[in-house]
Design a protein around this ligand. Structure first.
Ligand SMILES: *Cc1c(COP(=O)(O)O)cnc(C)c1O
Length: 378
């Protein structure tokens, strides 16, 4: 297998054999001409089932995770929805992190619970607690590492072992780490989920999701749901995502460089009561992160002195960091999880601290980012 950056630029993206087009064309078509009934030229029939631009993206996504199969969806949530429907029936049980992405929690708690799928939210970094919640009916262990927004690290290889012993599958939401920093299938996970909206797309201009696996049977069920339920990305979205992926390796290095410099600057600030970043030696998951990740990513969370009001004020005062949900783009974003991305967890076990501020560190000049945060904190 070639190196990561080479795969990001070339996998699934050979020049077009007919025209030589170096870039995969945007196949803006809903249907494909047949040479006689059933005479498909390259297997394409109707664009919900498959479209060549989407195929290129799916091939590239699989290559990035070192996997055999990739399937693209209209959003990360659509990918999660398909995975739950492919793996769970009424009465089945799912284990989720106690600080799961808010949308994942909402999907499982507000949609799938109504259809009889049970779940337990647990601190997955605590392996004894994990073992204790597994049931004979557990079909899926859903994990994130680092988690959103608390940046907890879980030992993916250990979770894979626990899931396997219980006859369940392990899915890793690899949105925060990206395959550049972490490849969960190599650590024993069964499926990787992405919100390609974030680092993979990388430019905050497209929403998308993906499921990637080596499990041919699961992939077949996922493909059935792509076609049967239809939550697929259009060719323009697939093309934008592919375009973003080409620079993933260089972007991630810069996200990590900038995050490390910001962490150092924040730690020294008297208004900051805590900095969460897996690259810090004091982070409880640092050793596991160092073992399973190449570097530590571009997401940083901090808590500030002065309660929720102070956290909201910091979010309102930055000028280079834009106040917005989402993450993973070239531009830096700041947000207040308790009131924004994680508002749906209020009053539940997954509620996040009101003093928490989350940064998606972009790839601007690091000194501008540091100056902006220091001014907002003063
Ligand atoms: C954004 C996000 C999702 C959901 O993806 P969408 O593309 O917004 O549907 C899932 N997991 C994580 C960790 C995310 O950040």
């Amino acid at each position: 297998m070639t190196g990561f950056a080479t795969r990001a630029i070339h996998a699934g993206q050979d020049p077009d054999p007919r025209t030589g087009s170096v870039i995969v064309p945007i196949h803006a078509t809903s249907t494909f001409a047949q040479d006689g009934v059933g005479g498909l030229r390259e297997g394409y029939e109707y664009a919900r089932t498959a479209n060549p631009t989407r195929t290129a993206l799916e091939t590239c996504l699989a290559a990035l995770e070192g996997a055999r199969h990739g399937r693209a969806f209209a959003s990360g949530m659509a990918a999660g929805d398909a995975l739950l429907r492919a793996t769970c029936r009424p009465g089945d049980h799912v284990v989720i992190p106690d600080d799961a992405y808010g949308g994942t929690f909402r999907l499982i708690d507000r949609v799938f619970r109504g259809w009889g799928v049970e779940y337990t939210a647990v601190r997955q970094s605590d392996l004894d607690a994990m073992r204790a919640v597994m049931r004979p009916s557990t079909r899926l262990v859903w994990c994130e590492s680092p988690t959103n927004p608390l940046l907890t690290i879980v030992d993916i290889a250990a979770l894979a072992g626990i899931a396997r012993e219980a006859g369940a599958r392990l899915v890793v939401d690899n949105t925060f780490a990206t395959p550049y920093l972490q490849t969960p299938l190599r650590l024993g996970a069964d499926v990787v989920l992405h919100s390609t909206t974030k680092y993979l797309g990388g430019h905050s201009d497209v929403v998308g999701g993906a499921l990637i696996t080596d499990d041919a049977e699961l992939d077949e069920q996922v493909a059935f749901l792509q076609n049967g339920a239809g939550a697929v990305p259009g060719p323009f979205d697939a093309w934008l995502t592919l375009r973003g992926i080409k620079t993933l390796a260089v972007r991630m290095e810069r996200h990590c460089d900038n995050a490390e410099r910001i962490v150092a600057a924040l730690q020294a600030h008297p208004a900051v009561t805590g900095v969460r970043y897996p690259g810090l030696g004091t982070h409880p998951g640092h050793e596991v992160a160092a073992k399973q990740m190449r570097r530590f990513g571009g997401m940083v969370s901090l808590t500030v002195r002065g309660g929720a009001a102070a956290a909201l004020a910091v979010c309102a005062r930055t000028r280079v960091f834009t106040l917005a949900e989402s993450l993973g783009g070239v531009e830096s974003l700041i947000e207040h999880p308790a009131r924004m991305t994680h508002a749906s967890t209020a009053g539940t076990q997954l509620e996040v601290p009101p003093t928490l501020v989350r940064l998606s560190v972009g790839i601007e000049d690091p000194q501008d980012l540091i100056d902006d945060l220091l001014a907002a904190l003063d």
